[in-house]
Write a protein of this length. Sequence first.
Length: 346
Amino acid sequence: MRPFLACLALAAWFGPTAPAAEIEGLYRSETAVRSRAEAARAEDIRAALGRVLKRLVRPNDLDSATVRGLLTKPQEYVEEFDYTLRGEGPLATPILRVDFDPARLDGELRRHGIPVWGAERPELLVWLAVRDKQGVWSSAAEILPQADRLLGGFAAERGLPLSLPLWDLPDRQALDWNDINTGNAERIRLAAQRYETDTVLTGRLSPVADDTWEAEWRLYSARAPERWQSKTATLADTLAAGIETTYARLLTQSVPRDTTPASVELHITGLESLDDANQIAAYLEKLSPVNRLEWLAVGTGEAAFKLVVRGGREALRQTLNLSHRLKPQDGETTGGAGPLIYRWTP
């Protein structure tokens, strides 16, 4: 796998239970500055908060009165800021780095009924194909070397963990251009197993007259495949539009509109030691939708917990399903009554 592309202090993290990806730096923004004057800094901090909010809430919520209100007093949510330099020598760029307070910012958004997308997010694998003027298809990495950098920047701006395929022999044996062109979901999902993700974006890009680009996108995730098209003036606009729509659709899938706290009972099987149970408890307590955890029981090979979860059972189930080491049991991928049951796979 080509490594995650990250900027603006966003990175992938793999903890004891190896969630698909937990993003660090969601509440940090860095921006080039021309002045350290107080008035300029106030405007730079306001712009920084706007970029952070774009990673946390639905696009339509960005126009809400609540978000507009936050942007009138951004300093109230600053945890710390400092100035630094990006690069070296005479070409080094002055940078303002701002870290916002997650608890205060999330609390204010949720107090006004705006759901917040937490740090646990599905890793997005992107298969990108480009057709030249002769109608020949190639991977974007082969003929558009700037595409990787652009995709990485746009994904990081939205807080999406991104990976790109190697397009080596195993990939080409598992997937061909016709699979992407026809939307062969079965082969696309099978090819993605190598990268340990089931969230896949495919893009078919074609240059057309007047230097514009047409694109057909398909998103394969926990829901039925989704398809949309775009036509933009530049390659950068095309890739930005693909990531923007993907972000909005994944956020809608991942964050329930109703985030009322509710109690959920969770059973974990397959434990080999008390240390396993302690690791799982520590992991659960850090999950974004979890307000509180209570141990109910621990025994041979199993532990039971009671959690208070914003969004209730469905929010917890969706978050747990991102883990590579907690596997749903007894139909828990589709919900049901009674305790949620997951198996620990060391």
